[in-house]
Design a protein around this ligand. Structure first.
Ligand SMILES: [Zn+2]
Length: 234
């Protein structure tokens, strides 16, 4: 089946990491049901109360300690290793589970929990500790500018040009564990189709955009993704 499907683009979302035990953001009992995103995930919220935002992301970062990649992350890493063409994963997740599973060609379009960004000098740093308003930037030595390197509401997702180039070149587009309701990611399937890619949704249930895909496989990611990858590599 992999014949003629040289370039594969995989979009992943919260449904993938939920099966590793990470809280999702948008589900009925998800993080945004407990916190006001305007307070903890916008540039305005950060200006108003930076320590509150730091506390929120410190908690998210700490919650990664006991979390491991699941069979779906591992299957996507296997796809990248064994597929003779290119595989690029575009993830909306800010956790490090794709890397932990062994994926290399990875774009974190919404940033990464394990990175900090200095608003004063724009340096990025690998970061596993808590952040606070007194945290000193290792690059410029100043404090007060350090923030989690995540894309907040109202900010532009990362690497959009690179993502669009990948979608334009895609022969196969997979959307895994994503609700299909959050733009710009929700528009990727249309962009991939326009470029002639075969499009497949792998999700727990039909997403809002399920009708846009050529093919859909519904069930737990840890079941449907490994099965699909095995079929693809046959
Ligand atoms: Zn700095």
């Amino acid at each position: 089946m992999a014949k003629g499907l040289s370039n594969i683009v995989v979009l992943t979302g919260a449904g993938l990491s939920a099966e590793s035990g990470l809280s999702t953001f948008r589900d009925r009992d998800g993080i945004w049901a407990k916190y006001d995103f305007r307070e903890v995930a916008t540039p305005e919220g950060f200006r108003r109360n930076p320590q509150l935002v730091h506390d929120f992301y410190n908690q998210r970062r700490r919650s990664l300690a006991d979390i491991k990649p699941n069979a779906a992350h591992c299957a996507l890493a296997r796809l990248e290793r064994e597929h003779p063409g290119t595989v690029v994963i575009v993830t909306q997740n800010i956790d490090p589970l794709h890397e932990a599973a062994g994926s290399k060609n990875l774009i974190h379009m919404h940033g990464e929990l394990l990175k900090a960004l200095c608003a004063r000098c724009e340096a990025r740093h690998a970061w596993t500790d808590d952040l606070g308003i007194d945290t000193v930037c290792p690059a410029c030595g100043r404090s007060g500018g350090m923030r989690p390197d995540v894309v907040w509401f109202g900010e532009m997702p990362y690497a959009m040009e690179q993502i669009h180039a990948a979608l334009t070149a895609a022969d196969l587009f997979l959307s895994v564990g994503t609700s299909g309701s959050v733009y710009p990611a929700a528009g990727f399937v249309a962009a991939a189709r326009e470029s002639g890619a075969h499009t497949v949704e792998l999700n727990f249930e039909p997403s809002e955009g399920a009708g846009l895909f050529h093919e859909a496989l519904h069930g737990p990611a840890t079941v449907v993704v490994p099965a699909f990858v095995s079929r693809l590599l046959c």
